[in-house]
Design a protein around this ligand. Structure first.
Ligand SMILES: Cc1cc2nc3c(=O)[nH]c(=O)nc-3n(C[C@H](O)[C@H](O)[C@H](O)COP(=O)(O)OP(=O)(O)OC[C@H]3O[C@@H](n4cnc5c(N)ncnc54)[C@H](O)[C@@H]3O)c2cc1C
Length: 418
């Protein structure tokens, strides 16, 4: 009998296992894959954006309403504590100007190796290729079934992740396991995911990127605005504006396409942009609209805007009617696109939705329905924007769950291996 069985060897599960074992609990970690932390290796483009330098209040505010649940866990294990913990584990971190923190080595592999070393040092028993298919309450705890193994523990941590990038092992098992025990699952959706968008001419722009735009997403009365860079792709849109926007709009897509107006010159008003075009037209009347638009946007996009503004063909701007020039300015200030879908879980950084947090104690991560069952990480209905938030959610909730696993345990674990 274990004090705790941790299901899932990702960021949250390993943190819970290390924390519980370091407090003296006898811990078993079950991972369905051949090794732990496969998703961690992909994080931050291989650099692992471990956390973000924000206090708990601004962290929660940045994440949005569902993150209020995190206040308690973040209060006990915030980004400062996380960085100190990683320093102890042998992974000093560096803060970039925007607050994002990375391992000083710039290698996600070092983060994973440090966690694996701590798992070993604290004598956590690890079983790979152990996919949990059933959890059921028994006297004194919970029973867990993984293949032929039937195991028991006083507490069980469900840290199976969401559905994003299922090749890393997170294919949504945790939702089924939690639902089978009566938990409500907020319907999962891919988040921070590239967007499928129209019209079809967008495909011609594949590879064009713009550093600073404002994307205004709208469906009926609902609206979301995101500023940052945008990348046109062969399927539609990627880059921070698309990824961050997707968190806000992915559920709207259930009700149909979402309008997106891209402000390509966010620092300027419509009148200023039109004024600039008018001045350029009177100065350089022999040039074509496309070449004037080139002052605002990359060439291929300028060409497309000229086609949209002048469906009958481009020509010397001296002969351009004011209405056509104004149409071009309006396109620069709000290129109208339609978002019709996403690229799905294979390309999603995070999964929105998950175990309804109103059924989970925010201090301990323990289920309000099933005593001894705890949750950590992305399996919960909490998520944050890009930039270190989602891993911090995994560290904080994993730490809280691990602490709870060890609560009331009379130090059955062993001293760390040196
Ligand atoms: C490409 C990419 C880049 C990212 N970059 C960043 C970043 O730089 N910073 C950041 O903050 N966030 C980043 N994220 C998000 C972040 O990686 C996740 O939110 C975080 O790893 C979630 O941790 P987790 O432990 O909850 O889940 P996971 O890391 O998904 O781990 C879950 C584990 O559970 C195992 N498992 C699943 N089902 C079972 C079962 N039935 N039995 C046993 N084991 C099971 C899986 O095999 C997996 O190992 C990125 C995500 C992606 C996809």
């Amino acid at each position: 009998m274990f004090d705790g069985i941790i299901i899932g060897g990702g960021a949250a599960g390993m943190t819970a296992a290390i924390r519980a074992a370091s407090l003296g609990a006898k811990v078993l970690l079950l991972e369905r894959g051949p090794r732990a932390g496969r998703k961690l290796l992909l994080t931050g483009g291989g650099r692992c954006n471990i956390t973000v330098d924000r206090d708990a209040t601004s962290f929660v505010a940045d994440c949005g309403p569902s993150a209020r649940f995190l206040h308690n866990a973040l209060g006990r294990f915030d980004p400062v504590a996380t960085r100190a913990w990683f320093r102890e584990l042998g992974v000093p971190t560096l803060r970039e100007a925007d607050g994002r923190c990375f391992p000083a080595s710039g290698r996600a592999l070092d983060v994973l190796r440090a966690l694996e070393a701590a798992v070993q040092r604290w004598h956590v028993e690890v079983r790979y290729e152990s996919r949990v298919t059933t959890i059921r309450p028994v006297r004194g705890g919970l029973q867990v079934v993984a293949g032929n193994a039937v195991l028991e523990a006083g507490r069980v941590v469900l840290a199976t992740g969401g559905r994003s990038v299922p090749a890393t092992g997170s294919s949504g098992d945790g939702y089924d396991l939690a639902a089978a025990l009566g938990h409500r699952i907020v319907p999962p959706r891919p988040g921070e995911v590239p967007l499928v968008a129209h019209p079809a001419w967008l495909r011609e722009l594949s590879g064009v990127g713009i550093e600073d735009v404002v994307g205004r997403f709208r469906q009926g009365k609902r609206a979301v605005e995101v500023r940052g860079s945008l990348l046109f792709t062969h399927f539609g849109l990627s880059g921070p504006v698309a990824l961050e926007g997707s968190r806000g709009i992915v559920r709207w897509l259930d009700d149909g396409p979402v309008d997106l107006a891209v402000d390509l010159v966010p620092g300027r008003s419509l009148a200023d942009v039109d004024g600039d075009l008018a001045a350029a037209a009177s100065r350089e009347g022999t040039r074509h609209l496309k070449s004037l638009l080139r002052a605002f946007v990359p060439e291929r996009l300028a060409q497309r805007l000229a086609i949209l503004a002048l469906p009958d063909g481009d020509g010397p701007v001296a002969r351009l009617p004011a209405a056509r020039r104004k149409a071009a300015a309006a396109l620069l200030k709000g290129l109208p696109l339609k978002v019709t879908g996403t690229r799905g879980y294979d390309e999603a950084v995070v999964t929105l939705g998950g175990v309804d947090t109103s059924q989970v104690h925010p201090g301990t991560m323990e289920s309000r329905l099933v005593p001894g069952l705890l949750f950590a990480g992305e399996v919960l209905d909490v998520d944050g924007p890009r930039g270190g938030y989602n891993l911090q959610i995994a560290w904080s909730t994993g730490y809280a769950a691990g602490t709870q696993v060890a609560s009331g345990v009379a130090g059955t674990g062993r001293a760390p291996q040196r």
